[in-house]
Design a protein. Structure first.
Length: 224
């Protein structure tokens, strides 16, 4: 689905990592762990072509990202649902409008209504659909962000600290939604520094744990 091949990246001339490789195989479920500042968010942004590798190759759905024009990148990105760390809602639009936004922007308004109702109930936000984002709790915001990430039926879900700022019960609920998406065949990559949430995974989920530290990406094994 997505492949980083010997990629280097640094912000403002400071190298974060070099010659780093990562493969998101179809249907895989992976965690990206590592200390704060290690470059997890940066690595995720490379995966969804929000940043361009400074060296090495990024392949999105079999295509070399460096050969894609703006439209090509936009097309690929439609197949990737991103849950941003800070959710990035438009505060004057309702929760329902925020979740439907990717469909509205793509001009697929007619599909929005049906998909939306189903999605709202899946994440348990039916009663909150008319509220504004600033009125939501942390857990509600994260569930709304997840709903918005999947409304375009992406093949890949990339989530940056989806369980940050929520209590344990809500973390479990969010994780089970992500597991459910993976069971539906979606490729999932989750950045988190919450090792407890990884340990809480049921043994029937085939998850891989990667660790990014000092510019090196290592496999921490399937169980910690
Ligand atoms: P986390 O460690 O929870 O993943 P972030 O990835 O949001 O946190 O940020 C890590 C560090 O990167 C923080 O010190 C933050 O200030 C810095 N940072 C994030 N985005 C930017 C940016 N656009 N410009 C400068 N610094 C940034
Ligand atoms: P993590 O998600 O693991 O906390 P980040 O990828 O957010 O790590 O950040 C890694 C490093 O890169 C940090 O030192 C951060 O300050 C820096 N950084 C992140 N984003 C930017 C940016 N847009 N501009 C400048 N520096 C950044």
């Amino acid at each position: 689905m997505i492949e980083l091949d010997n990629v280097s990246y640094g912000h403002n001339g400071t190298a974060l990592f070099s010659q780093l490789s990562l493969t998101l195989a179809p249907g895989s479920f992976q965690f990206l762990t590592g200390p704060s500042g290690a470059g997890k968010t940066t690595l995720l942004r490379l995966c969804y072509a929000d940043l361009r590798a400074q060296k090495g190759k990024t392949r999105l759905f079999g295509q070399d990202a460096s050969t894609l024009d703006r439209d090509g990148v936009a097309m690929s990105r439609r197949r990737i649902g991103v849950v941003h760390q800070d959710c990035q809602f438009i505060d004057h639009l309702s929760v329902a409008e925020n979740i439907a936004l990717p469909l509205t922007v793509a001009g697929r308004v007619s599909e929005a209504a049906g998909n939306l109702k189903e999605l709202l109930s899946w994440v348990g936000l039916g009663p909150q659909s008319g509220r504004l984002p600033p009125e939501l709790s942390g857990g509600e915001r994260q569930r709304a962000a997840l709903a918005r990430a999947v409304i375009m039926s992406p093949d890949v879900i990339i989530a940056d600290e989806p369980t940050g700022n929520v209590d344990w019960e809500m973390s479990q609920r969010l994780l089970s939604l992500l597991v459910e998406l993976n069971r539906m065949g979606k490729t999932v990559l989750i950045a988190t520094h919450d090792l407890n949430i990884i340990r809480s995974l049921k043994s029937d989920v085939d998850a891989r744990v990667l660790r990014l530290k000092d510019g090196q990406l290592t496999t921490a094994g399937s169980v910690l």
